[in-house]
Ligand binder design. Structure first.
Ligand code: 3NM
Length: 215
């Protein structure tokens, strides 16, 4: 499987944002809301817990036709039979793209975070299946943001799907959609919502239909 959805709501699952609910429960809520892609981003899990949770999430995603991505490690991604891996810039030291491709093979998805035009332009020429670009808006996870200035430029020169990330929510998603964005990633917009399923559905509806929200 290497098909990246044409339009997608990409949910980055980080259970540390909401300790009241288990990782798998959060995933189920978001899947019910129609997310297209789920990333397991659990930086504080032991390897055993990553593998156990990863296997459970991989099965859940497969059953529901959701693409499952593991953060940081192509080795864990392979062990849990995920659809792919998402790497940060710092992961490239341990897992350069050639090594990552060797581990995962041609059929799996490899995504990379980029935080500037310079990083984006390098990624655009690399063996990647999608590129994340952000943080677009202020977000708790990063201490800076890059704004929307380069969004159109990135979309114009992109040779692969671009996933915008960072501080995106129901109130500001239209700014990106109106600039032509098709793939949007969120953490807190869903995870901090009182009704994760409904929020995911609302975001998904915006991505699918542009300005129109059915709810
Ligand atoms: N990566 P929220 S921004 C995990 O720019 C992550 O690469 C980013 O969370 C990047 O939707 C980010 O709550 C945080 O802002 C996204």
């Amino acid at each position: 499987m290497k098909n990246y959805p044409e339009k997608s709501l990409y949910f980055v699952l980080t259970s540390s944002y909401n300790l009241a609910v288990t990782t798998v429960e959060i995933a189920k809520n978001a899947i019910l809301g129609g997310i297209d892609i789920l990333q397991m981003r659990e930086k504080n899990f032991s390897e055993t817990k990553l593998i156990d949770t990863g296997k459970e999430l991989a099965m859940l995603c497969k059953k529901n036709d959701v693409v499952f991505i593991v953060n940081d490690s192509p080795i864990i991604a392979k062990q849990v039979n995920a659809d792919g891996v998402h790497l940060g810039q710092e992961d490239l030291h341990k897992f350069p793209l050639t090594k990552t491709r060797q581990i995962l093979g041609q059929d799996k998805i490899i995504g990379l975070s980029t935080h500037s035009m310079e990083q984006f332009e390098i990624a655009n020429e690399s063996d990647l299946d999608y590129i994340a670009f952000g943080p677009i808006f202020p977000t708790k996870t990063k201490n800076y943001f890059i704004g929307t200035e380069d969004v159109e430029k990135v979309l114009t020169i992109a040779k692969k799907p671009i996933v915008f990330i960072g501080g995106i929510n129901f109130s500001n998603i239209d700014i990106l959609l109106n600039k032509g964005a098709k793939n949007i990633a969120v953490i807190s917009a869903i995870i901090n919502s009182a009704n994760m399923t409904r929020t995911a559905r609302q975001l998904k509806s915006k991505i699918s239909d542009g300005e129109k929200c059915k709810l």
